[in-house]
Ligand binder design. Structure first.
Ligand SMILES: Nc1nc2c(c(=O)[nH]1)N[C@H]1C(S)=C(S)[C@@H](COP(=O)(O)O)O[C@H]1N2
Ligand SMILES: [Mo]
Length: 430
């Protein structure tokens, strides 16, 4: 893919710091307009103007490089216990997200690295005729392997866009990536075990210890209706982008349940429990991965017991992956090529539009054809910029049902799921 000759702020060779002349002006305008700041978030821009607490230790300005073997330093660390890192939108510019750029989300401790990958075993138990214990080697030899390119997206992706702030990791749009997953259909394995008529739900268990070290607790253990488990794209995978599934992404073996919150896609898979009733593991019930069925007042203190339902499909989302937020373009730039991605959970992306004038006029972008269901759409196009100066580029997708992304995060909920406001990127021409 060709990269345009644009210059990004972070690569400015001059003596300007990130908060230099250009950075300050973009951030200032963004704070005034409530628009995209250099960090892409209005709240960040506002926070910058607040006085720092007197006792705050001196810290170098700007984001710290992410330091993890095999990962790009440009990932953004959201938390180190458990380890969580997102992919800035501009790093999602590849058709297939490289492993080095793929986001990381853990809820518990990271288990010890597994060396005997083919010897790794997991069980299928519960409402089945023949409980199974299968090794990775047996999975490979007994079942037909499948490869699909599919988006994996954290249920909390977009959380930082909620006002007031919701509990949890403050993802922007980077709790998502689109990789090629190789494995076998979960449906084939469940059918080998024989589903009883009472088999209505699943529960998933991984090998990672709870953050506290308490062996009676699971780090996370979520489950879904059996219909989702039986979809042909719900896989048990051992390869990512043609490589053995990396340890940090759940290797040797994980679930990939596309379209729904990635918390269902259990890493270090040890056990699938088939149940007659909804699973009640860690991360089920209350306000966990649950959304209001009727809108509540933002900031409400509710327990999720009434008028809440488990999240199913992830929301529609489009991002601009080039140019990066904060890009400074040559003075003469009037036609600006753009690239990005869009995806829609269980649905399909029907349209992607970009506005360079805060939504007064929208221009339709060209969409790639997805390889398979749950693949993302890559989009390209060009916007006209009438003069030099400061612009915000807004992108919004519309799905196959005719529903577009909202301009602001909506359906506020205590744990901040489902925020998918349109993505904005600030650029300066000249
Ligand atoms: N065993 C286990 N599986 C897990 C998790 C976890 O903490 N433990 N986190 C889930 C969540 S919330 C997400 S968003 C994805 C993240 O997958 P990744 O780290 O490969 O990007 O894994 C899911 N599977
Ligand atoms: Mo997640």
């Amino acid at each position: 893919m060709h990269k345009s000759a644009e210059e990004t702020l972070s690569h400015r060779p001059s003596g300007l710091s990130r908060r230099g002349a250009m950075g300050a002006s973009l951030a200032t305008i963004a704070a005034v307009t409530g628009g995209a700041s250099l960090a892409g978030m209005p709240r960040t821009a506002l926070a910058q103007s607040a006085p720092a607490p007197a006792a705050a230790p001196a810290r170098p300005a700007g984001p710290q490089p992410f330091d993890f073997p095999g990962k790009e330093r440009g990932l953004k660390l959201l938390g180190d216990r458990p380890l969580v890192a997102e992919t800035p939108e501009a790093l999602l510019d590849d058709d297939t997200t490289p492993i080095a750029k793929f986001f990381i989300r853990n809820n518990g401790q990271i288990p010890a690295e597994i060396t005997d990958r083919d010897g790794w075993r997991f069980t299928v138990e519960g409402e089945v005729e023949r409980p199974l214990t299968l090794s990775v080697a047996e999975l490979k030899s007994r079942f037909q392997a499948q490869t699909f390119r599919m988006v994996l997206e954290c249920g909390g992706n977009g959380r930082s866009f909620f006002q007031p702030a919701a509990r949890g990791n403050q993802w922007t749009n980077g709790g998502a990536g689109c990789a090629e997953w190789t494995g076998v259909r979960l449906a084939d394995v469940l059918q080998a075990a024989g589903l009883k008529p009472t088999a209505k739900f699943t529960g998933h268990f991984g090998a990672d210890p709870h953050l506290s070290g308490d062996t009676d607790k699971d780090a996370i253990s979520r489950g879904m209706p059996i219909e989702k488990a039986l979809e042909p794209h719900s896989l048990i995978v051992w390869q990512m982008n043609g490589e053995p599934l990396p340890h940090i992404h759940g290797g040797p073996l994980r679930l990939v349940v596309p379209g729904w919150p990635a918390s269902l896609s259990s890493k270090w898979l040890k056990r699938i429990l088939v149940r007659a009733t909804p699973h009640d593991g860690q991360g089920m019930g209350g306000t966990s991965y649950r959304m209001p069925t009727q809108p509540i007042i933002p900031g409400s203190n509710v327990d999720g017991k009434t008028n809440f339902a488990d999240m199913t499909s992830m929301p529609l989302r489009a991002i601009i992956t080039a140019p990066a937020n904060g890009t400074r373009l040559p003075e003469a730039t009037r036609h600006l090529p753009l690239r990005g991605a869009a995806w829609a959970g269980d649905y399909e992306v029907a349209k992607v539009e970009v506005s360079a004038d805060a939504g007064q006029r929208w221009q339709t972008m060209t969409l790639s054809r997805p390889r398979n269901r749950y693949d993302w759409v890559r989009w390209t196009g060009t916007v006209e910029l009438p003069t030099a100066g400061y612009y915000e580029l807004w992108v919004r997708a519309t799905d196959s049902r005719g529903i577009a992304q909202p301009h602001v995060a909506t359906n506020w909920n205590p744990q901040g799921y489902g925020a998918n406001p349109l993505h904005r990127v600030a650029v300066l021409v000249g």
